[in-house]
Write a protein that binds this ligand. Structure first.
Ligand code: AMP
Ligand code: GLY
Length: 425
């Protein structure tokens, strides 16, 4: 198969790493890729959201499959455009990607189909939005409706903070068109976990659970980020709970999307809150793999990923089976100092070969590039993912941090406590 992966982060490195290892893969491209991906795929100078150029490339190269990593090109309709040209693509149509692209759409779908989630309202009028925030009482959550690069959610500790978030989105235009409408919703308490399932439009095949670390600094302090580390499995997501999540949230979502004429194909990434009494509720749906959650899922997957992606795209997941290792996987993200705010680019990164020699360790690049003089340099906020498998999460964690110690990058930082929720401390 001749395959293109769209995206250039750690998630796409993990996807390329797995796809390149498949005996079914003849030639692999990645757009735009990164320095690590260049070892597994030919990188193309095409941005992940440049739909026209991606479609033209796929047609010209007569690709057999396009695997879309990030949400923007999905919401922009890349998969629809490819399928219109007869090119198979892994990922949802634009209509199905509304599950992530519009929080209001997702909430209304849940309401129509009885999928458990927080109480909410959708608003374009700030006074009405504030009224619901007052009724719900603080803490209360305010969300920009559309894609806002992970910055659209405010968990407001006070009503003043909630009102400010409503004003900023609806009046101040902070998120542009993505914030012309907001969702105001009830704050849910509990343990946050992520669950992933492959979907073929009709069926859902469970993948695995994971837990992310969204704050920049140790002890879950500091600003929200795209994710500073993850591990899988998530002990909080017991097999019994996983079965409930499939039956009460994932399968009803797939059925609802099909019934409403927008069948969901691709990865459904359910962000869940597990209440203290054990009830799972949906915080949000994403329509793609998580980054960095993808890295730990891929490390634990023993089966060939590629046939599973093809089966999902073809509507053929019936009787499909995937094998997983019982080992635990962890990924520690190394980011440029300053991330998620302003950060410096261009610093040299050394020691990756030594780091990769630690038992069980795999390095997934995110924002890296080769300088003209052959040095590996930082080119993004999240720069590297140091991933490790181990017989236990504790051992996987020790391996990952041993590898981190071998990486010489003065411009970078990482959290030192990835895994703490599962390990205690
Ligand atoms: P999102 O960008 O939608 O993933 O939201 C960012 C974070 O906000 C989530 O990971 C949760 O930690 C938190 N969050 C979102 N919705 C709620 C809610 N209804 N109750 C509590 N926390 C929430
Ligand atoms: N790590 C969270 C996300 O990919 O949305």
């Amino acid at each position: 198969m001749r395959i293109l992966v769209v995206g250039g982060g750690g998630r796409e490195h993990a996807l390329c790493w797995a796809i390149a290892a498949s005996p079914l893969c003849e030639k692999l491209w990645c757009a735009p890729g990164n320095a690590g991906i260049a070892e597994d795929a030919e990188c193309l100078d095409i941005a992940a959201d440049d739909v026209d150029t991606l479609v033209a490339f796929a047609v010209e190269q007569k690709l057999d499959l396009v695997v879309v990593g990030p949400e923007q090109p999905l919401v922009l309709g890349l998969v629809d455009r490819l399928e219109a040209k007869g090119i198979k693509a892994f990922g949802p149509s634009a209509a199905a990607a509304r599950l992530e692209g519009s929080k209001g759409f997702m909430k209304d779908l849940c309401a129509r189909h009885g999928i458990p989630t927080a109480r909410y309202g959708r608003f374009t009028d700030p006074q009405a939005a504030k009224q619901l925030a007052r009724e719900l009482g603080a803490p209360v959550v305010v969300k920009a409706d559309g894609l806002a690069a992970g910055k659209g959610v405010t968990v407001a500790e006070s009503l003043e903070e909630a009102e400010a978030a409503i004003e900023e989105a609806l009046v101040g235009g902070r998120f542009g068109a993505a914030g012309h409408e907001v969702v105001v919703e009830e704050f849910l308490e509990g343990e946050e976990v992520s669950f992933f399932a492959l979907c073929d439009g009709t069926r859902a095949l469970p993948l695995a659970g994971a837990q992310d670390h969204k704050r920049a600094f140790d002890g879950d302090q500091g600003p929200n980020t795209g994710g500073m580390g993850a591990y899988s499995p998530a002990p909080a997501l017991t097999p019994a709970l996983q079965a409930r999540v499939m039956a009460e949230i994932v399968e009803p979502t797939v059925a609802a999307m099909k019934a409403e004429g927008a069948p969901f194909r691709g990865v459904l990434f359910a962000g869940l809150m597990i209440a203290p009494d054990g009830t799972p509720r949906l915080l949000e749906h994403n329509v793609r793999f998580g980054d960095p959650e993808c890295q730990v899922l891929i490390l634990r997957l023993k089966s060939d990923l590629l046939p599973a992606l093809v089966a999902a795209a073809d509507g053929q997941l019936r009787d499909f089976d995937l094998r997983w290792t019982d080992e635990a996987a962890i990924v520690v993200v190394m980011a440029a100092k300053g991330y998620p705010g302003a950060y410096e680019k261009g610093g040299e990164i050394r020691g990756l070969e030594q780091a990769a020699q630690v038992e069980g360790v795999t390095l997934f690049h995110a924002g890296t590039t080769w300088a003209r003089d052959g040095r590996l340099t930082a080119a993004g906020g999240r720069v590297l993912g140091v991933a490790a498998l181990g017989p236990t999460l504790k051992e996987a964690q020790a391996r990952a941090y041993q590898a981190v110690e071998r990486i010489d990058w003065p411009g970078g930082f990482c959290r030192r406590d990835i895994g703490w929720r599962a390990l205690g401390g």
